[in-house]
Design a protein around this ligand. Structure first.
Ligand code: AMP
Length: 585
């Protein structure tokens, strides 16, 4: 299949902001794709060459791309990059200019583009820069200007065609089940009304459920095309492939929590550690973070607890690993143990220094059975029965009570805080497990003034003695509707000058450098990837930032490396905090 066909759809998608039109374009396109190309097309249409849970990442810095563009077009793209602010468009312009002088071009195929981009991920270490440049410039040499735009954007993982997961899901229904699901729409993608909402929803739900368990649209589309609706239910949850974790909105207090989850409810300690999704399949054990990164090698202690204390042939469990002080045995805040997540050397030593206790709070899969749709109360029973001789400071079910009584709940809340936890979780006893969703089957209640998790979208180079560092960071929250990141201010306070005092300017600079996608004088714009936690005095309305809000005295508190940008504070949450603080005097 020609890459140009795919590029045709990219431009259609980019050309409209209307979701129905996007669904129309994508579904019409999918109809034309044969099974052999379907997986690759589904990944590429999302700007990916690996499913999101895959360990491999393209990982190419803007600098390297500049070089590749220069080699293939013979022109330094720096100027065009500055002008357009979009490296994809810069490449497009230069390829255009070059094409006017050369005629030679070999037509690009989806296979070729996919293959080269995947290869980029397999190259690591010194001496690979040239090979990477070669893989990219080889594509650019054969690319049309438009193709160049999207190749570059795929490499920097910024496709900018505005395609959300919901739209892909709907497009799969529209292309493979249009008749059965009774989807009616005109050529412009205007929906002429769904004839039978119930029937339509059945198909949407089936595709969503299949996606929830495999986390990969390329598999879902293939099953939908080849096997129809019943085939979708053949997609089974499998131990070994991570699924998105369920998320919990915040409740104001216990009364509010009850009103969301109902009575009676399960109350659990909210441990201040980090989430682990642990999979076992026969002898194989895998540990994933909430971003679905595989951290099995970093946690030999947890591996051992699982082998020793958990009885089952296969399972997927959801846990919070919480750090404790090895001398006083008291829980310690997450930041103390966060360094274990990325540690590549001296793993045993750091595991001894910063031990963790694993608190299991959910089970999603057990001995071949998918428990996603089982009520929480049943999942909890299974979870308790799986852990033999639970042991304090090793592995145990999360502390829990079930009650309808507010004062009993308050008491438990206090007990949890006294034990050094962050708060409590309040859960609906009949709630299902909904991967990736923040719906109210469980809520969190914590006493502290809400900090914000924000993503870095840019930064400014410092002056004077800070000239070698990025010194002021542009932060953003997320619009949960569109997935867009909206700026809410800048932060520089709280970051250290010396690396041994905490997170430093130097460290953040090194983290951001490979993510730079645009440079504008002293300001750089970066791929939204690094999540941090910030503190502030107050939230104010502000016309300056795209979120419509600004922070008074924002202060950096921690890196939140285990969090993905999809999980950060939303604009709606900022609004809520803004409203609630107005009563604080
Ligand atoms: P937050 O990180 O503030 O959004 O709160 C939700 C997080 O609390 C989850 O993602 C877990 O990592 C963590 N957590 C700690 N204890 C529990 C528990 N008993 N049940 C569910 N999540 C918990």
């Amino acid at each position: 299949m020609k890459y140009a066909e795919l590029v045709g759809v990219y431009t259609q998608l980019e050309g409209t902001s209307k979701r129905l039109e996007k669904t129309h374009y994508l579904s019409e396109f999918l109809k034309t794709i044969d099974s052999a190309d379907l997986s690759k097309v589904l990944l590429l249409i999302q700007g990916k060459v690996f499913p999101s849970w895959d360990k491999r990442k393209i990982g190419v810095a803007a600098r390297l791309l500049l070089k590749a563009i220069q080699i293939s077009t013979g022109i330094d793209p720096e100027k065009e990059w500055k002008q357009t602010g979009d490296l994809g468009k810069a490449a497009e312009q230069l390829v255009e200019r070059k094409k006017q002088v050369t005629l030679f071009s070999q037509e690009l195929t989806v296979d070729k583009v996919f293959e080269n981009l995947q290869k980029l991920a397999s190259l690591e270490g010194t001496g690979t820069v040239d090979k990477k440049v070669k893989l990219i410039s080889e594509l650019l040499t054969s690319a049309t200007p438009l193709e160049a735009r999207y190749i570059i954007r795929t490499v920097i993982e910024e496709l900018r065609v505005g395609l959300g997961e919901g739209t892909i899901r709907d497009s799969i229904v529209w292309s493979y089940f249009a008749k059965e699901a009774k989807v009616n729409y005109d050529k412009q993608g205007n929906n002429l009304g769904i004839e039978n909402r119930e029937e339509y929803t059945k198909y949407i739900d089936a595709v969503q459920e299949a996606y929830d368990v495999v986390n990969d649209f390329s598999i879902v589309a293939r099953f939908a095309k080849q096997k129809g609706l019943n085939g979708l239910s053949e997609i089974k949850l499998q131990s070994g492939t991570p699924i998105k974790v369920m998320l919990y909105p915040k409740a104001k207090n216990i009364e509010d929590a009850y009103s969301i989850v109902g009575k009676p409810a399960a109350f659990e300690y909210k441990y201040d550690g980090f989430r682990m999704q642990i999979h076992k399949n026969g002898k194989e054990i895998k540990i994933f973070t909430r971003r679905l990164d595989d951290v099995t090698t970093q946690f030999p202690d947890v591996f051992e607890f699982i082998t020793e204390y958990v009885e089952a042939d296969s399972f997927i469990i959801d846990c919070e690993a919480v750090g404790y002080d090895r001398f006083s045995k008291k829980y310690i805040a997450f930041q103390n143990i966060s360094q274990r997540i990325k540690r590549k050397y001296d793993i045993e030593e750091i595991a001894r220094k910063f031990p963790v206790e694993v608190n299991v709070f959910d089970v999603i899969y057990y001995n071949g059975e998918n428990l996603i749709k089982k009520p929480f109360s049943e999942r909890r029973k299974i979870l308790v029965s799986m852990i033999k001789n639970p042991e304090y400071l090793k592995i145990k079910p999360a502390e829990q009570i079930i009650t309808s009584d507010e004062s009993e709940a308050e008491e438990f809340y206090q007990k949890s805080l006294d034990a050094g936890n962050e708060g409590i979780m309040v859960k609906n006893l009949s709630g299902i497990y909904k991967p990736g969703a923040r719906i109210g089957y469980g809520v969190k209640v914590k006493p502290t003034m809400e900090t914000l998790d924000v993503v870095l979208v840019g930064a400014e180079w410092g002056e004077g003695k800070r000239a070698a560092w990025l010194a002021s960071f542009i932060i953003a929250v997320r619009d949960s509707e569109t997935g867009e990141f909206l700026e809410i201010g800048r932060v520089g306070t709280g970051i250290k000058e010396k690396a041994d005092e905490g997170t430093s300017f130097g460290q953040l600079t090194e983290m951001l450098k490979p993510l730079i996608i645009k440079e504008d004088g002293k300001i750089v714009h970066v791929k939204p990837e690094i999540v941090i936690e910030i503190d502030y005095e107050e939230i104010q309305k502000s016309p300056i930032y795209s979120s419509g809000y600004a922070l008074r005295f924002p202060r950096f508190t921690h890196l939140r490396e285990e969090r993905s940008p999809e999980e950060i504070t939303t604009k709606e949450e900022v609004e809520e905090i803004y409203e609630s603080q107005r009563g604080r005097g």
